[in-house]
Design a protein around this ligand. Structure first.
Ligand code: ADE
Length: 249
């Protein structure tokens, strides 16, 4: 997969992608990110990328011309083009899975009060929000999208970091994890994890995941794949008197 990021802060995006798992994956060529400086396409004398909004109002609006020219100069066949914006469809793991199937993506990072609508009409038919809050710019949103996609691409996660057993993949919140020491300031790791019985460990983890999801995000249980054992366990939780239920959290 190749992702082209249209931004007025290409160095900010590049710097953030240099580190950790994403940095390693890019180095290995498992996918590619190109940061395209919108300002390089500005035709006005001062290389401005924004101007005052028609009709007045606070803030500036990003000019259509540099964005459309940057987009056209970097178009690829089959490219999916997305504008990061709080107006967009909300990013979920399902959306990430869908995007991870693409071979060419172009992400537009907006700034100021927005982007001239004509640039969006001409080049960016899709808008994506990373959540119901407003960022200063789309760069951090693009980084979130790239990070979430990258870990689904073949070879990016080692088997030890596998994406198969996690929240929003199983449809449940993740079970709690423990590591050494066994006793940390008087708090013991759960005995079941120490005795090497893998069937018991798997059941305990599944029940912890069900319990956490029941307590914190019960709406996820409506769509998570559950078997008869899971349903029976959830029923015991529902039947727990509120006084005891409190102890779960
Ligand atoms: N730009 C500003 N806020 C945003 C958000 N919540 N999601 C995506 N892009 C944004």
């Amino acid at each position: 997969m190749r992702i082209k990021v249209l931004t007025i802060f290409p160095e900010m995006v590049r710097a953030a992608l240099n580190e950790s798992i994403v940095g390693r994956a890019l180095e290995k060529g498992l996918f590619a990110v190109e940061c395209i400086d919108i300002r390089a396409y500005a035709q006005n004398k001062h290389k401005n990328t924004d101007d005052y909004p028609f009709g007045g109002g606070a803030g500036m609006v990003m000019l259509a011309q540099p964005i459309v020219d940057a987009c056209e100069a970097n178009a690829e066949s089959g490219q999916r083009r997305i504008y990061l914006s709080p107006r967009g469809r909300t990013l979920t793991q399902r959306v990430v899975e869908e995007l991870a199937q693409e071979s060419e993506l172009m992400l537009l990072c907006g700034h100021y009060e927005g982007v001239d609508e004509r640039a969006l009409e001409m080049c960016f038919p899709e808008e994506l929000s990373i959540g119901d809050y407003v960022l200063t710019g789309g760069e951090t949103a693009a980084l979130v999208v790239i990070d979430a996609i990258s870990r689904l691409l073949p070879g990016v996660l080692g088997s030890a970091e596998s994406a198969a057993d996690e929240s929003f993949t199983t449809g449940l919140l993740e079970y709690p994890q423990y590591t050494r020491p066994r006793d940390f300031r008087g708090r013991e790791a759960p005995e079941v994890l120490l005795n090497g019985n893998h069937a018991h460990i798997a059941r305990w983890r599944r029940e912890q995941a069900l319990k956490l999801t029941y307590d914190r995000r019960p709406e996820l249980l409506e769509t998570a794949p559950l078997d008869a054992k899971d349903r029976a366990f959830l029923q015991t939780l529902r039947e727990t008197p509120p006084e005891d239920a409190k102890k779960r959290t």
